[in-house]
Design a protein around this ligand. Structure first.
Ligand code: F6R
Length: 367
């Protein structure tokens, strides 16, 4: 059942290229010019009436929602808030009938996410569910459903569900933008062509697992580390940090790179590992200067950067892992892969039960 892999998590990490293809299948027109999401049953009129989007989810699905915010704001120019479901419910969120609430849930059974969905509907908002389980509670109760076709996810740590949620957000963001006329056709064509390349690009990262295993084994000797990044790199940093904590029990924090000097820099001491995501070209210089700040205080920095930028980035870091270059908005679908593998191998290195970390359940049906 693990198809020759040692753990479900590793199998599921390797299933991501397929999950990307399956989640895109039938949702892009044959000529590669548009996204077709008639299946969600949202009329053009309904889309044109959306004034605000609220994305609500827990854990890893919340992290996908952080990227979702950037995708929808950039492409459709609608303001988006992303909330953790257990916070959203109790903050008296301003939910109006022209709000679209997007709940994101792999299982479709998470108690707080389901309660947030009901709260949104009580206030007259429409709810779109992005979920991996057809017929789940969330799928049954939502007004619109966009299924991620990742297939069953067994490992407690979510991998292919997260990346399929990203793909769902790209598709939905483009769909909104095309309906609203907020993007040029050329930009859509370019995005869709780049999305088609993602599965092979992910494959090429998977082929470099041995390097990431080495990185993980050196990280596993530490008690603390940091992940830093800006923009969508910061969202991915948060997911990388959660994954590492969850299965290796090594403490880490994700920080917006520009925010370190407002307090956290005090924790940077000699030899502490810092994983820096540097995939957003327009932010390179800013992030590189933050890397210099931590290096000056003795941090050992692993940079995760686009192939082609090695020369520029390698001057500032101790080690560099290059990932295939894609459009800046799409980079989370690639940059998270090395972080998943680092977490996996770090968990192995410390001798944990990778697929069943302590204290955690796959589906959280308590509030
Ligand atoms: C982390 C993880 C959890 C889930 C969270 C939400 O790897 O798997 O953080 O993402 O419990 O679960 P779903 O998506 O089923 O609502």
């Amino acid at each position: 059942e693990k198809a020759g892999f040692d753990h479900f998590m590793l199998k599921e990490i390797h299933e991501q290229p397929k999950a990307y293809r399956d989640t895109m299948r039938g949702r892009v027109s044959d000529d590669g010019q548009s996204v077709t999401l008639g299946e969600i049953g949202m009329s053009a009129e309904q889309i044109k009436g959306i004034r605000k989007v609220q994305i609500v989810a827990c854990g890893t699905a919340y992290h996908a929602g952080l990227v979702g915010k950037t995708i929808i704001e950039r492409l459709a120019r609608i303001p988006v808030e992303t909330d953790v479901a257990s916070e959203y419910r109790y903050r008296s969120p301003i939910i109006t009938p022209d709000t679209l609430v997007i709940v994101v849930s792999q299982s479709g059974e998470t108690a707080d996410t389901l309660a947030a969905l009901r709260e949104a509907q009580r206030n007259g908002a429409r709810v779109l569910a992005i979920t991996n389980v057809v017929g789940s509670s969330v799928a049954r109760e939502a007004d619109h459903v966009l299924i991620t076709w990742a297939g069953p996810e067994i490992a407690v740590a979510s991998t292919k569900a997260y990346t399929s949620q990203l793909i769902a957000f790209y598709l939905f963001g483009i769909y909104l933008a095309q309906t609203l006329g907020t993007v040029e056709q050329a930009a859509v064509t370019e995005l869709l062509a780049a999305m088609n390349e993602l599965p092979e690009q992910v494959e090429s990262v998977l082929e470099q697992s041995a390097v990431l295993k080495q990185v993980a084994e050196s990280i596993a000797k530490h008690k603390n580390l940091f992940f830093i990044g800006r923009g969508v790199d910061y969202a991915v940093a948060q997911e990388g940090s959660l994954k590492l904590k969850e299965i290796s029990y090594i403490h880490s924090e994700a920080y917006a790179a520009g925010e370190l000097k407002h307090g956290t820099l005090a924790l940077i001491e000699d030899g502490i590992p810092v994983i820096a995501l540097v995939t957003q070209e327009e932010l390179y210089e800013k992030t590189l200067s933050n890397i210099k700040e931590v290096k000056a205080r003795g941090a050992h920095v692993l940079g995760i950067a686009n192939a082609g930028s090695e020369v520029e980035v390698s001057k500032s870091v101790d080690e560099l892992f290059a990932i295939p270059k894609t459009l800046p908005l799409l980079s989370p679908a690639i940059s998270v892969i090395p972080l998943q593998l680092i977490s996996y191998y770090a968990s192995l290195a410390v001798g944990n039960d990778v697929d069943k970390p302590r204290n955690l359940a796959k589906s959280v049906t308590v509030e």
